[in-house]
Design a protein around this ligand. Sequence first.
Ligand code: FPP
Length: 242
Amino acid sequence: MSDIDPEKLPKHIAIIMDGNGRWAKGHALKRALGHRKGVESVRTVVEICRKTGIDVLTLYAFSMENWFRPHEEVSALMKLLAEFLDGEVQEMMDQDIKLMATGKIDSLEPAVLRKLKGAMEKTSGNRGMVLNLALSYGGREEIAMAARKILSDGLSGKIKADDVDEALFQSYLYTSGLPDPDLLIRTGGEHRISNFLLFQSAYTELYFTSTLWPDFREEDLLEAIAHYQKRERRFGRISEQL
Ligand code: FPP
C-alpha cells in the first residue's frame, strides 16, 4: 500500500479476469472450479478497490462470446453469478457499494436477471464505489446498440444529425454516466482487448500480467496501480503541455 500515491489513483479500473480455465487445468480440476476460485479474487479486488478509494471497478464477468462455451460451463458461470448476487448484496450495503451492470443483460436467465436487478435496486443509493459487472457484454454489440438507438431517436425527431458527437454517443452506451477506465488490467498472459470497452478505452492505460485470475491477490492489484502511477498520460499532447 505504501507504494501507492493517494493523489494519483485511477478513478476507474477495468479488469479482464482471464486464466480460470488454465488455473483449473493446472490443479487437475474442472473448469467450473477455476471460475469458483476466481470469485475469491473478485471478492479480494472489490475489497481492496473500496479500501484504496477507487470510484469505479468494472469486471468482465461474461462476454457475448462466452455464450458459445459448452452448456455445462455457461450454467456453472450463471450459478456462480447467482450465488455471488445472493451472498454479496449485504456486504455491498455494508461497504456502501453500488452495483451496476454493463451489457445485454436481458439475455441472462430470468432467475439470474431478477437477482441482478434486485441487487442493483437495493444498492442504488450507495455512493462509496461502483461495482460494474460486464455481463453478456461485447464492445461491438454495445456500439451497434448505441447507433441503433441514436438512429431511432433521430427518426422520431428527438435528436438531429448535428447533435451526434462523442459526448452524445457516450450517453447511449451501457456505461453512460461512468468515467472512462483509466487503467485496464488483463490477467492470464494474453495481450488483447477481447471486445471489452472498445469505445471507452481510447486513452486507457493497459496493464498485462501473466498471473492467472484465481491467483490474483492484493499485491498484484497494488502493483498494477503502482505501474499506472508511473505512466505519463499525454492524451495526444507532449510532456511540456501537461
Ligand atoms: C476467463 O477465464 C474468465 C471468464 C470467462 C469468466 C470470469 C468469471 C469469474 C471470475 C467468476 C464469476 C464472476 C462473478 C462476478 C461472480 P477463462 O475461462 O477464459 O480462462 P482460460 O483462458 O485459462 O481458459
